[in-house]
Design a protein around this ligand. Structure first.
Ligand code: SF4
Length: 312
């Protein structure tokens, strides 16, 4: 069960914005029985050659750096592990594994939120960046949004230094423009000033961002701040989060309309995570004839959508 955790900054934001409040306020529906009992739909543990290192795609590895976050989003896909007791991470063992796999060129720090352990993160970033065949460092975080007061600016020096030879990408998880307050904006500016390349990830959430104006505002604002909207995910079909899921037809309608209204630069890729962890599959728009009842994953396996269909 995902623990409840917020902080005073977020409390203020939750008072001002229902969209923010909804994302962090525990609700009874998390415990109700739905269509799925799935808790690990992406089978991450089947691709784990070193504890907390996921090697699913040939050229990149995902590091589950911590189980801790600055605040817990009630729709979290990794709710089976996030907020649970922390395990020690053996970075040196991970370095050994990566050194012996020259096909890996990218290290992605995720979790939990890696920026909740800034000093350990900095040390690990340097260790991975020293490996010659690692060309890209990427960090997924929500700290600048949920707890900007926790942001440790020692990370800026590391980004500056590593960024001289290898790009450091920061992927910011944000779902609504109300999350982009003054403090968050300042951190975005600092990260850009340090040379980080900023991208964003969002999730379609019922009652938070399931309409065109809300997402147009969010993606336009991010682009103006120098953050490229990268992905918008269909909310994963995981036990305890079904009440957040929007009908797929509605998502497609929204993305089709958005394509007409915002610039290509501000338009993210809409994806659904294939069950079993076989790829982030792009969802079609209504500019094309398509069938929303099924799709194929990266291994050409057909996935039926009926289990995931949520009535309009
Ligand atoms: S910040 Fe990310 S990992 Fe942490 S609770 Fe939110 S969605 Fe889950």
């Amino acid at each position: 069960m995902l623990a409840k955790k917020t902080n005073s900054y977020l409390h203020d934001l939750m008072k001002k914005s229902n969209a923010v409040k909804k994302q962090f306020q525990y609700c009874e529906q998390e415990n109700q029985t739905g269509k799925t009992n799935e808790i690990n739909p992406f089978a991450e543990t089947s691709y784990e050659p070193v504890k907390n290192l996921i090697h699913k795609y040939s050229n990149r590895v995902l590091i589950l750096f911590t189980k801790n976050c600055a605040a817990y989003c009630r729709f979290c896909t990794r709710r089976r592990v996030v907020s649970q007791k922390e395990n020690a991470i053996d970075v040196d063992k991970m370095v050994d594994y990566i050194r012996s796999h020259s096909n890996i060129d990218e290290v992605i720090f995720s979790g939990g939120d890696p920026l909740t352990k800034p000093l350990e993160l900095i040390e690990a970033m340097y260790k991975f960046a020293e490996i010659e065949h690692i060309k890209i460092i990427r960090i997924h975080t929500r700290v600048p949004v949920t707890a900007p007061d926790l942001f440790d600016d020692n990370i800026l020096e590391a980004i500056k230094s590593i960024g001289k030879t290898k790009p450091v990408y920061i992927s910011l998880h944000t779902n609504h423009i109300d999350e982009l307050g003054e403090k968050t904006t300042k951190i975005i500016q600092q990260l850009r000033g340090a040379g980080a390349i900023l991208i964003s990830q969002s999730v379609f959430l019922k009652g938070v961002n399931d309409d065109v104006p809300t997402l147009a505002n969010l993606f336009t604002k991010l682009t103006q701040l120098g953050v490229k909207p990268y992905y918008i995910h269909r909310c994963d079909f995981v036990k305890g989060v079904e009440h957040w899921i929007i009908p797929i037809e509605r998502e497609v309608e929204i993305m089709t309309q958005l394509r007409k209204e915002i610039s290509g630069l501000a338009y993210p890729l809409h994806v659904i995570d294939a069950p079993g962890g076989s790829g982030k599959i792009p969802v079609p728009t209504n500019f094309w004839e398509h069938n929303l009842d099924q799709f194929s994953d990266f291994n050409n396996k057909e996935i039926k959508m009926y289990g995931q269909r949520i009535k309009k």
